[in-house]
Design a protein around this ligand. Structure first.
Ligand SMILES: [Zn+2]
Length: 199
């Protein structure tokens, strides 16, 4: 009887060993399969996040008034966020003829180029068109008992000035912009000439 029991024990332990081996093999297989699935998920998440990143790069800049106040000078804040207008003939760009690009001082968005700047005599820098279609946005403005079209930055929504229909060809538009909300990036004509020579 005792011998029988011992034998049965051996058989049972053999079965258990085999079972364990099968179980381990199954487990390993499922881990591999599962692992592959996880990698797959990672790849698609990565692609997705790259796409999101690209999208946010063209997205709008949104900040609280408090954040703008910290970033801008008091005068820039008044114009950009409270739609104030600098006094005519006082801004630093109204008679500038330098070649380059005018950007939004608040968010760095390129707005106008010197090629479209003209002397309108109104006392503010004037341009006949923005640098690109979505550089600025036009907003209806009925304040101060007038019907005007306000121009805001396409990226941060900051007030820039107004646009009127009395500009020169080819657009007939006059974008009348506050100097204080612009920053100028001068184009180096000598450097450009050198670059074209070396090419
Ligand atoms: Zn801006």
């Amino acid at each position: 009887m005792i011998v029988m029991k011992k034998k049965w024990c051996r058989i049972r332990s053999d079965i258990m060993k085999k079972l364990t081996t099968v179980l381990i093999a199954l487990l390993a297989a499922s881990m591999l399969w599962g692992g592959e699935k996880v990698v797959g998920t990672n790849v698609s998440t990565k692609v997705k996040s790259e796409l999101t990143k690209e999208k946010t790069m063209t997205d709008k800049v949104e900040k609280t008034n408090e954040e703008w106040r910290k970033q801008l000078t008091a005068e820039q804040y008044e114009v950009s966020r409270n739609k104030a207008t600098e006094r005519a003939f006082t801004g630093k760009f109204y008679k500038s003829n330098d070649k380059g690009v005018y950007r939004c001082v608040a968010c760095d968005n390129p707005l106008f180029t010197s090629e479209t700047k003209f002397d309108s005599g109104c006392g503010w820098p004037s341009y006949f068109k923005p640098i690109s279609e979505d550089a600025v946005r036009n907003v209806e403005d009925n304040s101060h008992g007038m019907h005007r079209t306000e121009v805001v930055c396409g990226k941060c929504g900051g007030h820039l000035g107004h646009v009127f229909e009395d500009g020169p060809a080819p657009t007939g538009q006059r974008y009348c912009i506050n100097s204080i909300i612009l920053k100028f990036e001068k184009k180096d004509a000598d450097k450009d000439a050198k670059d074209s020579k070396t090419k």
